[in-house]
Write a protein that binds this ligand. Structure first.
Ligand SMILES: Cc1cc2nc3c(=O)[nH]c(=O)nc-3n(C[C@H](O)[C@H](O)[C@H](O)COP(=O)(O)OP(=O)(O)OC[C@H]3O[C@@H](n4cnc5c(N)ncnc54)[C@H](O)[C@@H]3O)c2cc1C
Length: 344
């Protein structure tokens, strides 16, 4: 039974039936079609494993995407990039900076593969990847049919897309096609980026890396899967009830009602990190899992953690935040049990 420990950045010591990689669509289809009793077997496509936590031995096959290749052309107004799903995200962003194909600077240093980026519509520091995606090339697992999904077809939302719903476990993403406008406004509204003097894409890229290194644990040193929970988006009345009790609740209006006076129709995002901190978990350790002291949204593996340690800590956080604020946190990470994805 091969170990999955080095295939997931959280690094739990678990195993699976087999791990195989593929570098193109024919080799993927041949691996996939050779799996007997597919209907009854667990099969999991893996990129960099930075959003997947295997909480116990996985009774199935892991197929690791290593489809590489980056091609580029430009027009008077845009850069177009076709990128293999198995390319490393941060290496790709760094290449784009060198080539002056700007737009990705806020998304520097996010671990994982290019192919996973549309799945949860990765985002950071005020920018989400969907703003730069032209379309996504996929293959249907069962039929081998290749399809091109437009940006609209992908149904992007906050850490969400069609790949988590109608197309979950149905397609392999083979390439992502990006379209970068040559004229665009830098996104510097976020906290420390707003303090940059005469911002350039290079300054934003460097600052984002600096902020991330100062706040987030490096998975190569301390196992983690980034933000464990999504930031909840609530109705205005829910936010207001919390604001009445707590001074200066951080929040962002994500959707305003058409009638600006009707605040109840507004959607407010409250940072999950603040809720978790208020619930007393910042820096707290339970068995071998710690709620990170500088970013409580991240749970870390102190070494030798088990899946049940992770689940216990996550459930404790969810229950405490729900008790205190009436808000149910949802995991942003993909949690896997012995047969596939599980929910808390
Ligand atoms: C330290 C740290 C910081 C992070 N910061 C951020 C952040 O700022 N913003 C953010 O949005 N995320 C962040 N993340 C989460 C993570 O980096 C992203 O979700 C990333 O896109 C995951 O890529 P991956 O290749 O590692 O995905 P994996 O964990 O390998 O896979 C994730 C999911 O996608 C599926 N999948 C992967 N590749 C394919 C494919 N080619 N075709 C079909 N399905 C596929 C898998 O089956 C799985 O369900 C962070 C993670 C860490 C560890």
């Amino acid at each position: 039974m091969p170990s999955l420990q080095s295939y997931s950045t959280f690094g739990l010591s678990v195993s699976c039936d087999s791990i195989e990689s593929f570098t193109d669509v024919p080799s993927f289809l041949s691996l996939y079609n050779s799996i007997e009793n597919r209907a009854d077997s667990a099969v999991y496509i893996l990129g960099g494993g930075s959003n997947s936590i295997f909480t116990e031995d996985f009774n199935g096959k892991i197929l690791v995407n290593e489809i590489k290749g980056i091609s580029h052309f430009d027009t008077e107004t845009h850069h177009y990039l076709r990128v293999g799903a198995g390319e490393n995200w941060h290496d790709f962003v760094t290449l784009c900076m060198k080539e002056k194909w700007y737009g990705f600077e806020n998304l520097a240093l996010i671990p994982g593969s290019v192919g996973a980026s549309p799945i949860q519509n990765i985002g950071a520091y005020g920018r989400e990847v969907n703003a730069l995606i032209d379309n996504v090339e996929c293959v249907f697992l069962e039929t081998g049919e290749q399809v091109l999904l437009s940006n609209t077809d992908c149904q992007f939302g906050y850490r969400d897309s069609v790949f988590k719903h109608a197309l979950a476990n149905k397609v392999l993403i083979t390439h992502v096609n990006f379209k970068l406008p040559k004229q665009y406004a830098l996104e510097t509204s976020y906290g420390e980026l707003a303090a940059l003097t005469e911002p350039t894409p290079e300054k934003v890229y460097s600052k984002v890396i600096e902020i991330r290194k100062s706040k987030l644990p490096d998975p190569s040193e301390l196992g983690n899967a980034g933000s464990f929970f999504k930031n909840p988006v609530v109705r205005h009345s829910v936010y207001q009830a919390i604001a009445d009790e707590y001074n200066s609740v951080p929040h962002f209006v994500v959707a305003q009602s058409a009638d600006f006076s009707d605040t109840e129709q507004s959607q407010i995002k409250i940072p999950a990190a603040w809720l978790i901190d208020q619930a007393g978990f910042k820096g707290k350790t339970l068995n071998k899992v710690r709620c990170h002291p500088t970013q409580p949204l991240v749970l870390t593996n102190l070494g030798g953690a088990t899946g049940s340690d992770v689940i216990t800590m996550a459930k404790d956080i969810i229950a405490s935040v729900q008790d205190q604020f009436g808000i149910k946190l949802e995991p942003e990470v993909r949690l896997l049990g012995s047969k596939g994805l599980i929910s808390l």
